[in-house]
Design a protein around this ligand. Structure first.
Ligand SMILES: [Zn+2]
Ligand SMILES: [Zn+2]
Length: 94
C-alpha cells in the first residue's frame, strides 16, 4: 500500500504487506541500529525501490506506542499519524 508522511515529504512510498515474522525481525534490526542491513532486508523480501525501503526504515517505531519523532507515547493502530507532530509511525505490535 502507498503511504506518505507529511513531516518528511509529499512523496508517496510503497509499504509492503509485512508478515508478523518480518515485522519482528525488522523491529529488531531497527532497535539495534542495523540500518544498512535493515534496508537490504526490506529490499530482498519485497520488490521495492531503495528509496522506498529507506522511507520504510525511517518510520518503524523503536517502541510500541511511542512516536518516533516526539514525546507522544499513546499511539494506537498499526500505521498511525501522530496527533501531535503529524509524523507517520509504523506502530507495529511485535
Ligand atoms: Zn516521516
Ligand atoms: Zn509525534
Amino acid at each position: 500500500m502507498k503511504r506518505n508522511c507529511q513531516k518528511c515529504s509529499d512523496r508517496e512510498f510503497e509499504v509492503p504487506e509485512y508478515t508478523l515474522e518480518q515485522k519482528k525481525m525488522l523491529s529488531d534490526l531497527k532497535a539495534n541500529k542495523k540500518l544498512g542491513e535493515l534496508i537490504t532486508k526490506i529490499e530482498s523480501l519485497h520488490n521495492i525501490k531503495s528509496i522506498d525501503a529507506k522511507f520504510n526504515f525511517m518510520h518503524i517505531n523503536t517502541k510500541y506506542g511511542k512516536c518516533n519523532r516526539c514525546k507522544v507515547d499513546n499511539l494506537k493502530g498499526e500505521y498511525v499519524i501522530c496527533p501531535k507532530c503529524k509524523a507517520l509511525n509504523f506502530n507495529w505490535k511485535v
